[in-house]
Design a protein. Structure first.
Length: 414
């Protein structure tokens, strides 16, 4: 055991000396590895950030909420748009029917939205105005930083009150409390009674993210903006448990088919959506990004590996006489093999460290763009594992050539 440890330490020492003696050559050799490691770690970092942003955006939809809509989500409906456009719109009364008939839905509520320029004393911001009953707060788990949510009595009376998002509050009320202030949405006055907790930037951005949204009672929205029977609404149904989603969807399908007069054997003229459909559509995009990234990464690593192999063959040829001397004094084949394999692995690890440095800079750039980006320990471990694998794979041939060299011929080499 002691002999083996000595051989390992001695092999690493000799390999380090050889690399240090040719610093520039070793660094240039690692360029392909640097690019490959930077690509694979940056790709993993960006994908991880996209996943986090996507999950954060989807969490707003709720894992236990079904949405009855005219159009399906997450599908390519371009070719069928005209057929789907002819479907009857979803009417607000459907929410009450679902609440009365469904065994699995705790509550249901219609929602509708529009974009409007919102102003307060010269300050202006474009916001998504959403109308929905008070149940919206429970269904979408709305959290308030200050103030309160509107009540059923305010809904019934059509009071012009609203709950604003964090960004709207910051833009319109930078120095004063928003509560009790009257802002105008497209010229329509509305009193602020609550401010939502900041959710952060959504990957979808723009009006529609919770921080740039203004909530008001559904009847108030109908009174000031109007709810068109032709365009209709979306109806949300909160299910008792996410484990009951499939059963709730089947029940909901039956209820909506009955309400809309869809006969037996006829195709549904509506869609029941949930966050899983959006996840499925994103999965194909994710796979495409991974595919392209892995191809480019693999190509860079192959090029880098070939460079390492080439320089190791040069190193073996330059040190042929040294190999012959070591063999003549009793060095075993495995010792020579290990020495050159270690040298190849160390060269690749140097490239890995430099590649991780580039990747860290890239992650900082991605974060500056507003996306979540980090370099987790698993990605760093994966990068070093790849470096070791590339070093062994592309270093084995020159190492084997050195280990099997005839000592007599090696000693004669000039």
């Amino acid at each position: 055991m002691r002999r083996f440890v000595f051989e390992v330490v001695e092999g690493i020492r000799i390999a380090g000396q050889a690399i240090w003696a040719n610093k520039m050559r070793s660094t240039l050799t690692t360029l392909g590895v640097i690019i490959g490691i930077a690509a694979v770690t940056l790709m993993a970092t960006v994908i991880n950030g996209l996943d986090q942003e996507f999950e954060k955006a989807l969490s707003q939809l709720g894992t236990d909420v079904l949405y009855v809509d005219q159009f399906p989500w997450g599908q390519n409906t371009d070719r069928e748009w005209w057929r789907l456009r002819n479907r009857p719109a979803i009417q607000p009364a459907l929410a009450q029917t679902i609440q009365e008939r469904s065994r699995f839905a705790e509550t249901a509520a219609p929602m509708i939205d529009t974009d409007r320029q919102t102003t307060y004393r010269g300050q202006e911001v474009e916001a998504e105005i959403m109308g929905s009953p008070p149940q919206y707060g429970r269904i979408r788990n709305v959290e308030l930083r200050r103030g309160r949510f509107y009540t059923r009595s305010e809904e019934r009376a059509g009071r012009q009150v609203c709950v604003i998002g964090a960004t709207v509050a910051e833009e319109l009320f930078p120095a004063v409390t928003p509560l009790g202030k009257e802002l105008k949405m497209g010229g329509v006055p509305c009193t602020v009674i609550g401010v939502q907790t900041e959710k952060g930037e959504s990957m979808f951005g723009g009006p529609g993210s919770p921080d740039e949204r203004i909530l008001m009672p559904f009847r108030t929205y109908d009174k000031v903006f109007g709810v068109s029977r032709q365009d209709g609404v979306t109806v949300m149904a909160k299910v008792e448990s996410s484990a009951l989603m499939n059963r709730a969807e089947e029940e909901l399908t039956g209820i909506v088919r009955t309400v809309r007069g869809v006969g037996p054997g006829e195709e549904n003229n509506f869609a029941i959506n949930d966050q899983q459909q959006v996840m499925d559509s994103f999965a194909s995009v994710r796979i495409a990004i991974y595919g392209v990234g892995l191809f480019l990464t693999g190509l860079a690593l192959v090029v880098g590996g070939i460079g390492v192999m080439n320089i190791m063959f040069v190193s073996v040829r330059e040190r042929t006489k040294e190999i012959g001397i070591r063999k003549a004094v009793g060095a075993k084949r495995r010792t020579i093999l290990f020495q050159f394999l270690v040298e190849a692995v160390i060269v690749c690890l140097i490239g890995g460290v430099l590649g991780l440095g580039l990747s860290a800079l890239g992650a900082m750039g991605v974060s500056a763009l507003g996306l979540t980006a980090s370099l987790p320990a698993q990605t760093v471990g994966l990068a070093f594992g790849i470096c070791v694998g590339v070093g062994i794979l592309f270093g084995i041939a020159p190492a084997w050539q050195a280990a099997t060299a005839d000592p007599i011929d090696a000693l004669r080499y000039e």
